[in-house]
Design a protein around this ligand. Structure first.
Ligand SMILES: [Zn+2]
Ligand SMILES: [Zn+2]
Length: 178
């Protein structure tokens, strides 16, 4: 399912951040996505799409933009998953036993090392984009193509996600700040 096939409202960045804060405070079932310009889910190539999806109310807000709002995205990711999701060091210090044998992580570590352009999607079980509805899944894209290393899980893959987010934001900051 691409974003173009999903009913959504366009919003400003401030409106998206305010909505995420409101949904978090209210305890709604919500999450976010950032669709990069070359993302296979993106309906408008050339633009970033910051998506706030509320599965309690059915609202989907989208901020289209020529720039990636990394700071807002980090704020929203922490609202959703708690501060622990981002240790912010980029060092990926605490690699747990469960994440050691994970093909998805191995692939991402390799891509990050060679500084290939990549991004991931974390799908909550009820996410409208989820290719495996009812289960948690994480997919990976590199250089505009889906990679065949999906993680599918009955439980929230928090440790794997934490390492991915760390690698992802380290790479994004490197690209932004040089
Ligand atoms: Zn994508
Ligand atoms: Zn979603």
């Amino acid at each position: 399912m691409k974003l173009s096939g999903v009913k959504h409202c366009e919003a400003t960045l401030d409106e998206c951040v305010a909505a995420a804060e409101r949904f978090a405070t209210r305890g709604d079932n919500w999450h976010n996505h950032v669709l990069k310009p070359d993302c296979v889910l993106n309906a408008r190539p050339g633009l970033y799409a910051l998506v706030i999806e509320n599965n309690t109310t059915g609202e989907i807000l989208v901020c289209y933009s020529t720039v990636n709002h990394i700071d807002a995205e980090q704020h929203i990711v922490k609202l959703r998953h708690g501060d622990a999701i981002l240790c912010g060091s980029g060092a990926t210090a605490a690699v747990s036993d469960e994440t050691d044998q994970e093909p998805l992580l191995d692939r991402i570590r390799a891509l990050a090392l060679e500084q290939t352009d990549w991004h991931h999607h974390m799908y909550f079980p009820d996410c409208v984009f989820n290719p495996n509805p009812g289960q948690w899944s994480i997919s990976l894209e590199a250089q505009g193509q889906l990679e065949d290393v999906d993680l599918v899980s009955a439980d929230e893959p928090f440790d794997v996600l934490r390492e991915i987010e760390d690698l992802f934001f380290s790479g994004e900051r490197l690209k932004r700040d040089g």
